[in-house]
Design a protein around this ligand. Structure first.
Ligand SMILES: [Zn+2]
Length: 463
């Protein structure tokens, strides 16, 4: 028997903060090191208190470059972690733009909280730009399907998760006192997403599965009906001279949306209105996309040669603050895509403050809105919202299109589990609020998984 142990230090009862500690084959390995997001003070406290000494961690394996999966890497390095951090090459390059940005957000969040008089430890930034840069020196790019030995008896390989550029599931093999296979799903994506390849679930018998459950209890709209709805919304709002504000994650959603709008414009389905991607981070992330066509879907690989994926005449990328401010005086219909995806920070706040009071405008959500975020409050139909400490009436239309999600929905999660093929002895359901996690546990039971557990934060299990 092996003496392996698994402890859940994030995304357990939460969607954010993904971090799981595997102790096996004489090594202490972290799967992801993500940041908690959501209620600011609560998240800050969770993030600030590391539950272990980072100097005693031997290796970190990250699944993909969303901040709720990598955002605590600089914190670990700040507190003495100096081992290898494994990532796919695209994830490595995305970390180089995501983490410095996260450091910046840390600094402005801390400034915000200390202005409010809320005292330490949360009024100190979690980490600095220097910590974020130091992470980069430790990252080792590991392509999909290359088996890497962390210890003589502990190896892993990445398979395509189909979620965002470079996203991976982690397939670990422990061969100490018998064989034990552990699969960590990472965030499961969807078949047929533009640009991103389809998920490739690690097939065969699995002893321990750690699986996400973000949308375990609901289905998305299809890509085709999403395109129809996007077309309808753009036409309607443009027809009354309004603006469409789209809060979107700089990484993944922005690129998918740009591609979708490009296709609609080319097909003549939407009027020729101006489209702005107002986010320096999104611009930088798009640059990393351009660097990694080797992990694109074949169709976009072909398009990429004519450089048509992320550029078209109506589209403008906005990087400088001055250019961003200039958008405030913009007249006539336009689409503004800006971060953050849950409207918690970033330039989308200025645009919301400017435009949410005008009934001609529309706030369009295309991604998951976590509990206790401004995005969720607007999405839930709040008629009065607070931005920059000031209450504002919300008169703009609010729309949600779920079909641009990069997360597998209920049906797709089931298909992913089914495609694993072999029997799964025990599954741990993570990365979901209570209802979707429970629904995912049900799906796993129906698919023949022998034992299903929804772990709590800090809970440990012998494997
Ligand atoms: Zn993700």
């Amino acid at each position: 028997m092996s003496t392996a142990k698994l402890t859940f230090w994030g995304a357990a009862g939460h969607v954010t903060g993904s971090m799981h500690l595997l102790e096996a084959a004489g090594a202490r390995v972290l799967l992801d090191a993500g940041l908690f997001q959501g209620r600011r003070t609560e998240a800050a406290a969770l993030n600030a208190n590391l539950p272990f000494d980072p100097r005693r961690i031997d290796a970190i394996v990250v699944s993909h470059a969303h901040i709720d999966h990598i955002g605590r890497l600089p914190l670990l390095v700040r507190h003495g972690y100096h081992g290898p951090i494994y990532a796919t090459p695209a994830t490595r390059d995305l970390c180089a733009v995501m983490l410095p940005d996260a450091a910046h957000v840390q600094e402005s969040d801390a400034a915000f909280l200390s202005r409010r008089g809320k005292r330490s430890p949360v009024s100190e930034p979690l980490y600095s730009l220097a910590d974020a840069v130091a992470v980069q020196d430790l990252i080792i790019g590991l392509p999909y399907h290359r088996i890497h030995y962390i210890r003589k008896n502990l190896a892993f390989e990445y398979t395509e998760a189909g979620h965002i550029l470079g996203s991976a599931s982690v397939d670990l093999r422990l061969s100490e006192g018998g064989n034990h296979r552990i699969v960590f799903s990472g965030d499961v994506g969807r078949s047929g997403l533009p640009i991103i390849r389809d998920p490739e679930p690690p097939a065969g018998p699995i002893d321990t599965l750690i699986v996400e459950s973000t949308y375990g209890d609901r289905d998305h709209e299809s890509t085709a009906s999403s395109a129809d709805r996007l077309t309808e919304i753009v036409r309607r709002v443009a027809g009354k001279g309004g603006k469409i504000l789209i809060p979107a994650f700089a990484l993944g959603r922005v690129q998918e949306l740009v591609y979708a709008l490009h296709q609609l414009a080319r097909a003549g389905r939407i009027p020729s209105l101006r489209i702005y991607v107002d986010s320096p981070l999104a611009v930088d992330a798009t640059t990393v996309f351009r660097m990694h066509p080797e992990v694109f879907d074949r169709r976009e690989q072909l398009l990429m040669h004519s450089d048509q994926v992320f550029d078209f005449p109506q589209l403008q990328y906005v990087k400088s603050v001055e250019d961003s401010k200039r958008l405030n005086t913009l007249t006539g219909p336009a689409i503004i895509i800006a971060a953050s995806g849950m409207a918690e920070s970033g330039r989308i706040l200025h645009h919301l403050a400017n435009h949410i009071g005008d009934s001609r405008n529309c706030v369009l959500f295309v991604g998951y809105q976590a509990e206790h975020t401004l995005g969720r409050r607007i999405q839930d139909g709040a008629r009065e919202i607070k931005i920059f400490g000031e209450l504002r009436d919300a008169h703009a239309e609010v729309e949600t299109i779920s079909g641009y999600s990069a997360h597998a929905d209920r049906t797709e999660l089931r298909a992913w589990v089914r495609a694993l093929g072999g029997p799964v002895k025990r599954a741990f359901v993570v990365h979901g609020e209570a209802a979707p996690a429970a629904a995912m546990a049900e799906i796993l039971k129906e698919e023949g998984v022998r034992q299903t557990v929804i772990p709590e934060l800090g809970e440990s299990f012998d494997l």
